[in-house]
Design a protein around this ligand. Structure first.
Ligand SMILES: *[C@@H]1O[C@H](CO)[C@@H](O)[C@H](O)[C@H]1NC(C)=O
Ligand SMILES: *[C@@H]1O[C@H](CO)[C@@H](O)[C@H](O)[C@H]1NC(C)=O
Ligand SMILES: *[C@@H]1O[C@H](CO)[C@@H](O)[C@H](O)[C@H]1NC(C)=O
Length: 907
């Protein structure tokens, strides 16, 4: 027991010692009484925080001050109306009398200005300043109401008080300024709470990532997975929102300090997570001179020569910041340090360097710093995808989850990893482009410029070439035509809406045209009418889901446009910083044009993506930039007004973030519905109807058919009736029935021959592609999902890998009574001995050898009637729930007669 007691006793002793010393320290705080400007007298602790005090300080002579200081603290105590100044350091002056000027500026105006003779303040070390005598100045200046009347009470409360204290020294002999130091003033309140806000935002970003990831990976039918994935909130949009907010600070204008502080909360999204070891190692690479002990200097180059006074220079000695005697009863805890090398002078909130300085990063380091974090993020993406795969395998082998859980992902995880990496590259594209171009525009070391140039081309090529390839791959079988068309504007209630003339003739619409503009349209026509639409083109989805998945069928190319837009925006933001007017107006015009284009195009399939990506984010961008015009240095707007405008920007961006968070939550909920789409029972029950409505809407959206705008009457009443499809895209004359699952396993499956024919057609239309198993599987699935399945429980599977892996015995699952009513099916994929292999595309989605086999599982009901007509399905909706699960079929295949498959050329 003693052996146990001994360490414990010594530990207790240690605790007592620590407690005692800290108590005795605390006890030594001195108290004074003071009277404030309102005449209120209080007892005041000596170590209290002043109303206003200085933070980090810098050399306002650009590194040419003839003092080297290790401490510069100034404060204003409002409660006893005292200004306190504390300065330690050394000087290279030999024997010089000085005059000292103390000035406090706040919100663009001088609020306090005082010229004093140090001798009158009893600062012996400055009276006169001698070569080998260290400077130790401690001054307490009592001020009266008339001197500090310029500072209103709100200054002590407002977050991120915008003020500076400046101390200048003038040599009596030459009447010249020999030293100048400037520090920011603060009152302790700030909007910069990155350590709380960043993890909070990061949490919601994680939610969005998880929702996006699982909607992409859950399921077995590729078009179906794509459709559900399209309705989760895009992670790209989440990051773009945060990055947009942060990079608002890249405009070269005079920011209010409050905005700079606000943006620090979003710096993480652009790869600016402050890490001192990073900064130190990048500094030497980026040419930022580390000159500890010497104060500041606004640029990376700190030249240490005094002009005119050279004879008096001994050279500056280096000193560490004067450490305080902890037991000093007059000690205080506020005060800043010498500004880190490469950072701008504290109190200058101009342009991107100030935004970066708020997170402690020198402008010259920004690019390398962002790049490092981007690479770390990419590594995290790899680790995350791999660990999800490993975790699933472990859980499955431990039988903690169903063996077939996320089977598609587990087979094709390498492909998913590729998609994730490409998405990560797109997320980082704007940030990397902005930073490289910013790097070009500032003078920095040759090394960083070289790296920036290399990276600029790498990232540009790395993003544009896959995007171009993706677009080309999809359009390779067709031709682009420039078509002459007219945009006809017609009156609809109170506004004029445009419509294409070709549409009018095509649909025989009657409108009252107001005016029309002749325009040219770029149309793309696929050769062959039966070419599957982009989201049904399975090989394409497997390879280019990262490009097209979230966009509408007719807008699948939107990312190509958007990458170009982001590149131009990055060029303005990062590269045009030296000409603020061009930069600000350029970004504004670009964002307005993009807003108009995006609204007209309406690219997103999901409603939440539309809300954020089309409306909220663009409006936020435009408002922020337009308000920022007021900060242009030329306009010289009153700083109090700029602060008010800054608060307005913060409110706008705050609401944008709140909207984003709400949309993330909604997206998480809708993704939950998507992930439970194969579940028979859904609780709570009252949500079941909403769920069905959600899926129905989703299917309608996935078809992306042209809607008759309101206010237009058509000559044909029933133009939208499915009985009158615009083009019979699936009309096939010759039919060759392929080998199907049913052929292999006599499953007494009957199916609608009409439909099978149709699918044959669509399969063959995958021009240039051998009729591989995946396309065949597509036909199987689509047939099964057509709702025309026999009412038998022994249904065949419908997966890409189904043909080989089915054990007929497994098909007979008598357990489900609902199987009787089955007209849709789902599958479970069970691990096998590894002998079987899954379909491998030559595409990027190529899994390793599979361990799965597909087993149909008649585990849910379907209330769908045999009829596939839209009318009857709508009627059913009212009385019986509509099936919601995957087997309900991808809508396009479900009701092919109504589909404008490839009807709309890719404009
Ligand atoms: C006011 O308070 C500060 C900090 O405690 C102290 O240094 C200063 O001497 C006080 N002024 C007066 C006039 O007491
Ligand atoms: C500094 O200069 C003054 C007059 O210029 C002289 O009186 C004084 O002795 C000098 N001090 C030292 C330490 O050299
Ligand atoms: C320095 O010059 C000012 C006036 O220019 C004078 O008031 C002050 O006394 C001088 N300081 C010393 C130490 O001589």
């Amino acid at each position: 027991m003693a052996t146990w007691n001994q360490p414990r006793a010594s530990l207790t002793m240690l605790l007592y010692v620590i407690l005692f010393t800290s108590l005795s320290r605390a006890a030594k705080v001195m108290f004074t009484t003071g009277t404030d400007v309102h005449g209120v007298t209080r007892e005041l602790a000596a170590n209290r925080y002043p109303a206003l005090y200085t933070g980090d300080y810098g050399d306002c002579m650009g590194g040419q001050s003839l003092f080297s200081i290790t401490k510069f603290d100034a404060a204003y105590y409002a409660d006893n109306m005292t200004i306190v100044l504390h300065m330690d350091g050394t000087s290279s002056l030999r024997n010089e009398s000085l005059m000292m000027r103390i000035a406090v500026d706040a919100y663009g105006e001088n609020r306090f200005d005082m010229v004093v003779n140090p001798c009158n303040l009893n600062i012996a070390s400055l009276c006169p300043v001698l070569a080998n005598v260290p400077v130790r100045a401690w001054a307490e200046i009592r001020v009266g109401p008339q001197q500090i009347g310029g500072i209103p009470d709100i200054a002590y409360e407002i977050p991120d008080f915008e003020g500076t204290t400046r101390v200048q020294f003038f040599a009596n002999s030459s009447q010249k300024e020999v030293a100048c130091f400037q520090a920011v003033m603060k009152n302790g309140n700030s909007l910069s709470h990155a350590y709380v806000i960043a993890p909070f935002m990061g949490l919601f970003t994680m939610v969005a990532i998880i929702a996006s990831f699982f909607t992409a990976t859950y399921g077995i039918s590729v078009p179906h997975m794509r459709m559900h994935h399209a309705h989760s909130l895009s992670v790209f949009i989440v990051f773009e929102t945060f990055q947009t907010i942060f990079f608002s600070g890249a405009l070269s204008v005079n920011w209010p300090s409050i905005l700079i502080a606000w943006w620090t909360n979003f710096a993480w999204s652009a790869g600016f997570v402050y890490a001192p070891p990073f900064v130190q190692s990048i500094n030497s690479f980026a040419g930022v001179k580390s000159n500890s002990g010497q104060v500041g200097g606004s640029g990376p180059l700190v030249i240490n020569t005094g002009e005119g006074l050279i004879g008096k220079i001994y050279g500056r000695s280096l000193m560490a910041r004067g450490s305080f005697n902890a037991t000093d009863p007059w000690r205080y805890e506020w005060g800043g340090d010498s500004v880190a090398p490469g950072l701008p002078l504290p109190g200058a909130w101009i342009g991107f360097p100030a935004t970066l300085a708020a997170i402690g990063i020198p402008a010259a380091d920004a690019f390398v710093f962002g790049l490092l974090w981007f690479l770390i993020a990419v590594a995290l993406v790899v680790v995350a995808v791999v660990s999800v795969k490993v975790l699933l395998e472990l859980l499955a082998s431990a039988r903690l989850i169903k063996e077939d859980r996320l089977a598609y992902f587990r087979s094709y995880w390498v492909g998913f990893l590729g998609h994730a990496l490409l998405r990560a590259l797109i997320v980082g594209f704007f940030m990397l482009m902005t930073l490289t171009m910013f790097q070009f525009s500032i003078q920095a070391s040759v090394g960083t410029i070289a790296v920036a140039v290399v990276l600029f081309f790498l990232v540009l090529m790395g993003v544009t070439s896959p995007v171009a390839y993706g677009v080309r791959y999809r359009t390779r079988h067709g031709t682009f035509n420039i078509v002459k068309d007219r945009a006809v504007f017609y009156r609809s209630k109170w506004r004029a809406l445009p419509i294409w003339e070709t549409r009018l003739t095509e649909h025989q619409l009657k409108i009252k045209p107001v005016f029309s503009i002749p325009l040219y349209r770029l149309r793309h026509d696929n050769h062959g009418d039966d070419y599957p639409t982009v989201h049904l083109d399975q090989p394409y989805v497997k390879r280019f889901a990262w490009l097209a998945a979230r966009y509408r069928r007719t807008r699948w190319w939107y990312l190509a446009y958007y990458v170009a837009y982001l590149f131009v925006r990055a060029a303005f933001l990062g590269g045009a910083g030296n000409v603020p007017i061009v930069q600000v107006y350029g970004v504004l015009a670009l964002d307005m044009a993009n807003f108009a284009i995006t609204v007209i195009i309406g690219p997103f399939e999901g409603a939440r993506n539309t809300a954020m990506g089309v409306w909220i984010l663009n409006i936020c961008k435009i408002l922020t930039t337009s308000i920022s015009i007021a900060f242009l240095p030329q306009l010289n707007v009153n700083r109090i007004i700029t602060t008010v405008l800054g608060v307005i920007i913060i409110v706008i961006q705050g609401f944008t973030v709140i909207a984003l968070i709400i949309l993330i939550i909604l997206s998480a909920l809708s993704s939950r519905l998507s992930l439970l789409r194969n579940q028979e029972e859904f609780t709570p029950r009252w949500l079941d109807l909403a769920r069905i409505r959600y899926f129905e809407k989703m299917q309608t959206k996935a078809q992306d058919r042209w809607k008759l705008p309101s206010g237009i009457s058509s000559k044909e009443e029933d133009i939208k009736e499915p009985t009158a499809p615009p083009e019979p895209h699936f009309a096939v004359t010759g039919v060759r029935r392929g080998l199907t699952v049913e052929d292999e396993f006599d499953d007494s499956t009957v199916y609608d021959s009409q439909q099978s024919l149709r699918e044959e057609g669509s399969n063959r239309s995958m021009a240039g592609q051998p009729r591989d198993r995946s396309s065949q599987a597509g036909s199987i699935r689509s047939r099964l999902s057509s709702g025309s399945l026999p009412r038998t429980g022994r249904v065949s599977r419908m997966s890409w890998s189904s043909r080989e892996f089915v054990d007929p015995a497994l098909l007979e699952r008598p357990d489900s009574t609902l199987a009787e009513r089955l007209s849709g099916i789902t599958f479970t994929i069970t691990p096998d001995d590894g002998s079987s292999t899954m379909t491998k595309d030559n595409a990027s989605v190529s899994g390793e050898s599979s361990i799965s086999r597909v087993r149909p599982q008649a585990s849910f009901r379907s209330f769908r009637s045999q009829s596939t007509s839209r009318a009857s399905s709508i009627n059913e909706k009212a009385s019986t729930p509509t099936p919601t699960r995957e087997a309900f079929g991808f809508p396009a295949l479900n009701r092919p007669s109504t589909l404008p498959e490839a009807a709309e050329p890719d404009e």
